[in-house]
Design a binder for this molecule. Structure first.
Ligand code: FAD
Length: 435
């Protein structure tokens, strides 16, 4: 049948999950894969999440670019699924649809004072320094001397490092010019990372897991563990005493309230409940002892996790777990619909984990195709979607368009020794492309 000859498949989202799923699907000798992305630019959190001082992590972009260069793969940026085109419309146009749209939200603290100026999510802060368009207005106030990060995972560590790294060490990274400017004026000297549990439970330690952690993260984690658990020698103690910036971990503390300044206008501290551990192993829980501690600070960054959003009312969504219910990437009760990455597993795990789970989803889809479980007969694929988008005034950005933007960013970085100066305004990007 034609379906066996040219399966038309689309993937929603162009982060690691989208690109690795596409890479696996292209193993089928005829399959055509379209990748839809809401941003005008590809690569998801590899561009907008991974810290600017970890450039080696971004090498995966080379692999994704190879995939995009396949004659049977196309990238369509500037297309928001759920707004510009619906999932049922995609299901009509394609033999199969894979949802790989990540986790675009953050978990709220749900404590009083959370809405005060001076409080923001680590997610927004990361988006700000990495040039995510929606976070460019954040303008974090770094005029205080103490910042508190609620959470002790990898994202919390990235944020702490960016706050504490001397700005001159970030000058040759792809951090945005605007963020670098604000960091240069920063008066933040002390950063506390607050966690409910103890050193052996924090998300970034789990000592026996350290072997599996990617190398750069592993080095950092080992360093952090050593710093947190070992007493410094005399030379190190002297160096620390004279250091202009410092950080520390506060274990067994659970945030109760963001404390307002006397005029009530902004955050001035965090009230923490002291906790202790109860139970053993997996069942360990942090329970309050009844003691409270107030930690004064001018900036509160909540880093307790990302969260996926439902994309379309027609797609099942588990709002408690924040994932699309699925069995090995097959969306429950919806034949022809699949998912991969953070929206499938939840917002944890590194790029390598995302790769493994995306290959698995790709494998399930190809199995279903072979077994004749997907719709038979030809499907129009992009031709149908293009018509819909154009009738709605949406101009997609192709991969070669992205390569023009990429070249522009690299050129803008050159004078200052940066690998690139990111374009942060979608309107400017579209203008540069003549859209
Ligand atoms: P994402 O990368 O988020 O990709 C989802 C894509 O879908 C995005 O491009 C988004 O714009 C798009 N999208 C969303 N909604 C729609 C829609 N409605 N229509 C169309 N497109 C849509 N891992 C490492 O290995 N090393 C690191 O150093 C590292 N650092 C990290 C730092 C941070 C701050 C974070 C948050 C994560 C980090 N990770 C790191 C983890 C890694 O980024 C994730 O494992 C991976 O990005 C998850 O891939 P994904 O494709 O599921 O999600």
């Amino acid at each position: 049948s034609t379906q066996e000859k040219t399966p038309q498949i689309c993937v929603v989202g162009s982060g690691p999950a989208g690109f690795y799923t596409a890479q696996h699907l292209l193993k089928h000798p005829q399959a055509h894969v379209d990748i839809y992305e809401k941003q005008p630019v590809p690569f998801g959190l590899v561009r907008f999440g991974v810290a600017p001082d970890h450039p080696e992590v971004k090498n995966v972009i080379n692999t994704f670019t190879q995939t995009a260069h396949s004659g049977r793969c196309a990238f369509w940026g500037n297309v928001e699924v759920g707004r510009d085109v619906t999932v049922p419309e995609l299901q009509e146009a394609y033999h199969a649809v894979v949802l790989s749209y990540g986790a675009e939200d953050h978990r709220a603290l749900e404590i009083p004072g959370e809405e005060l100026p001076g409080v923001c999510s680590a997610r927004a802060f990361v988006g700000w320094y990495n040039g995510l368009p929606e976070n460019q207005e954040l303008e974090p106030d770094l005029s205080c001397d103490t910042a508190v990060i609620l959470g002790q995972g990898n994202v919390a560590l990235d944020v702490a490092r960016i706050l504490l790294t001397p700005p001159e060490h970030l000058e040759r990274t792809d951090i945005t010019k605007a963020a670098l400017g604000v960091l240069r004026q920063s008066r933040v000297k002390t950063v506390w990372l607050v966690g409910r549990r103890g050193p052996l439970q924090v998300a970034f330690t789990i000592k026996d897991k350290i072997k599996e952690v990617p190398r750069p993260r592993k080095r950092l984690t080992e360093l952090l563990l050593r710093t947190a658990t070992e007493k410094p020698g005399p030379a190190e103690a002297a160096r620390q005493a004279s250091a202009s910036r410092a950080w520390g971990l506060r274990f067994f503390r659970s945030p109760q309230q963001v404390l307002p300044s006397p005029d009530g206008r902004r955050a001035a501290g965090v009230r923490l409940a002291v906790t202790r551990l109860e139970g053993v192993d997996e069942a360990t829980r942090a329970v309050p002892t009844g003691d409270m501690e107030d930690l004064p600070c001018g900036l509160v960054l909540s880093s307790i996790g990302y969260k996926s959003r439902p994309v379309d009312p027609s797609v099942p969504f588990d709002s408690k777990l924040g994932v699309i219910p699925n069995v090995e990437g097959r969306v429950m009760d919806v034949p022809g619909l699949y998912c991969s990455g953070w929206v499938k597993r939840g917002p944890t795990g590194v790029i390598a984990t995302t790769m493994t789970d995306s290959f698995l989803t790709g494998q399930m889809l190809l199995q279903d195709l072979k077994a004749g479980l997907l719709p038979s007969g030809p499907r129009p694929g992009y031709a149908a979607i293009q018509a819909l988008l154009s009738s709605r005034g949406v101009r997609p950005v192709s991969f070669s368009d992205w390569e023009k933007l990429d070249a522009e960013e690299v050129a803008r970085g050159q004078g200052t020794g940066k690998p690139r100066e990111k374009l942060v305004d979608p309107q400017e990007m579209l203008r540069l492309l003549g859209h």
